[in-house]
Design a protein around this ligand. Structure first.
Ligand SMILES: Cc1cc2nc3c(=O)[nH]c(=O)nc-3n(C[C@H](O)[C@H](O)[C@H](O)COP(=O)(O)OP(=O)(O)OC[C@H]3O[C@@H](n4cnc5c(N)ncnc54)[C@H](O)[C@@H]3O)c2cc1C
Length: 506
């Protein structure tokens, strides 16, 4: 029988681009990469500041979470990139591997720090993340914030602050699609199809051999299928394919191929809450005095790749212990030297800056469930935010320490007073209320197809338990979120997947 490919990879995001490119580079046969969204050819994708427009655009899946109990019933935007490059094409490009003991703590064979470090190095050889230069003076001032001012990029391993590293090249976004996918399309047997949204996988004798698109097109794979549709997309496709909690699938009218209770469980993200500062001569913002700079900004960017359009908004931040104990960092701060709105409108006037804290290792867990067997209907995304009260308490302590740190930072003439929630919101109870009313996430959902032994839906070598010829390569396999931003770890997972699959596929 003629097949469309040897391997079909579903989802050209941070992990999928690398899994597909590496399978092709390793000579594993014909690789077909399917992406629901369009190309990443739009100029806003390449311009770092463009993400301000991309979030909420048609290149975003624009999911909404289920009403969150811990947030008084609020629903959050769950932004996910929908184009070549995936969420890595709309993100801020902050680059962190995570902490070494994040990986050791996963306690999954083949995923300890010593196992994943070479994969990070291989990814970084192509992505070449670098500490940002030309940051706003507010961000420059962060490097002295936690002592030991070395101007080195912060690390989650210990208390540090300063300008972050980013996967940008010459002031442009440099995603997994740029670094891995396109070179493999040119040099190896990798084909890429955009506008190809996958509904489900079909099996023959328990072996994944067909991918069904939402328009009914069926594509065949001789060696197998790799799900890289991300922490929301991959479990949804898997459930529509009949692999998941049996009672739930039956309720949705889906016949069960393999009962796997934990599919969609363990959904979690970094919970976050922040402080806004507003004042004249402060951060970037829409003010009369900054109007000329904004008008020149596109030209400055075009000719020098510098200036505010070269900023991915988050420019730096810190890792620190929320309670100020000598212990290891348990919160991360993202610092944005831009005036940010807190009233719900996208654009706001004034000059200011914003700093948040996120819990590095949240304990709360939610879950993802289908609401219909129809792939055009969004799943139920319960992030489970603040289900565990410890996360609120860590965030509360982190906000208090962040406020203290911001008050001592050497911001000079750019210093601005706290405008929201404002210094009067200072009691523990009032800050808890602030977290409830304004807390959100860092857009790092993971864990819905956790890898591991026993009841885990995915094995340590990334194959879907209970069926054959089907693997998962994306952020959904993380048993627990890493202590910092999740793009680099997702890419590492894509790389590791190609290593395993090239050895294991029959
Ligand atoms: C706004 C935003 C800012 C962020 N900032 C940062 C940051 O600065 N640093 C950082 O480290 N992390 C950041 N992240 C998180 C990071 O980008 C993600 O963790 C990472 O991209 C996840 O990679 P992935 O491969 O698991 O999924 P994705 O990159 O999301 O890839 C999934 C791909 O699958 C496609 N897909 C989904 N369903 C289907 C289907 N049914 N059929 C076909 N294709 C499908 C999607 O369109 C997408 O292209 C951010 C995320 C967002 C949304």
């Amino acid at each position: 029988m003629t097949t469309d490919a040897d391997f079909i990879v579903v989802g050209a995001g941070s992990a999928g681009c690398i899994a597909a490119a590496e399978l092709a580079r390793r000579g594993c046969g014909r690789v077909l990469l399917l992406e629901a969204g369009p190309s990443d050819g739009h100029p806003l994708v390449k311009i770092p500041f463009g993400l301000a427009w991309l979030m909420g655009s048609k290149r975003d899946w624009r999911f909404k979470s289920a009403p969150q109990k811990g947030l008084g019933g609020r629903q959050l935007n769950v932004h996910r990139g929908r184009m070549l490059g995936g969420s890595g094409a709309i993100n801020s490009m902050v680059w962190f591997r995570g902490r070494r003991d994040d990986f050791d703590g996963w306690n999954v064979p083949g995923w300890a720090w010593r196992d994943v470090e070479p994969a990070f190095e291989a990814v970084e050889e192509k992505l070449q993340p670098k500490q940002m230069t030309g940051v706003h003076p507010l961000v420059e001032a962060l490097s002295g914030l936690l002592g030991g001012n070395t101007n080195a990029a912060p690390t989650p391993e210990y208390e540090t602050a300063g300008a972050f590293r980013f996967n940008m090249r010459n002031g442009r976004r440099w995603s997994a699609a740029d670094a891995f996918m396109r070179p493999a399309q040119d040099a190896h047997d990798l084909k890429v199809r955009t506008g190809s949204e996958v509904d489900r996988i079909e099996f023959a004798d328990g072996r994944a051999n067909r991918v069904v698109l939402i328009d009914g097109t069926k594509l065949t794979a001789s060696k197998g299928v790799i799900l890289s549709a991300g922490s929301i997309g991959s479990p949804a496709i898997l459930m529509r394919s009949g692999v998941g909690p049996a009672a739930h699938l039956q309720e949705m009218g889906i016949s069960v191929t393999h009962a796997s209770d934990e599919v969609g469980e363990n959904l979690h993200d970094h919970p976050a809450a922040g402080l806004h500062y507003v004042g004249p001569e402060s951060g970037y913002g829409l003010t009369l005095s900054q109007l000329p700079a904004w008008m020149l900004a596109p030209f400055r960017y075009l000719f020098t790749r510098k200036g505010r359009f070269a900023s991915p908004t988050v420019e730096g931040g810190a890792f620190f212990n929320a309670r100020g104990e000598a212990g290891e960092p348990d919160v991360q701060c993202h610092f944005i030297p831009f005036m940010m709105d807190w009233k719900g409108s996208r654009f706001t006037t004034g000059s200011g800056y914003f700093a948040d804290v996120c819990v590095c290792r949240p304990k709360s867990r939610g879950r993802l469930r289908l609401t219909s067997a129809d792939p055009n209907v969004s799943p139920d995304i319960d992030l489970g935010l603040f289900n565990d009260p410890d996360d609120v308490e860590t965030l509360l302590a982190g906000l208090k320490r962040l406020r203290a740190l911001m008050s001592t930072a050497a911001f000079g003439k750019h210093r601005a007073p706290e405008a929201f929630p404002g210094p009067e919101v200072s009691s523990d109870e009032a800050l808890r209320q602030h977290i409830k009313n304004h807390g959100a996430t860092a857009y790092h959902p993971v864990g819905t197809l956790r890898m591991g032994d026993g009841t885990a839906p995915v094995t340590p070598r990334l194959s879907v338990a209970g069926v054959s010829g089907l693997w998962v390569a994306d952020a959904s396999v993380m048993p627990a979120v890493t202590s910092a931003n999740t793009n680099a770890p997702s890419m590492m997972i894509g790389y590791r997947a190609a290593e395993f699959i090239s050895e294991d596929a029959g």
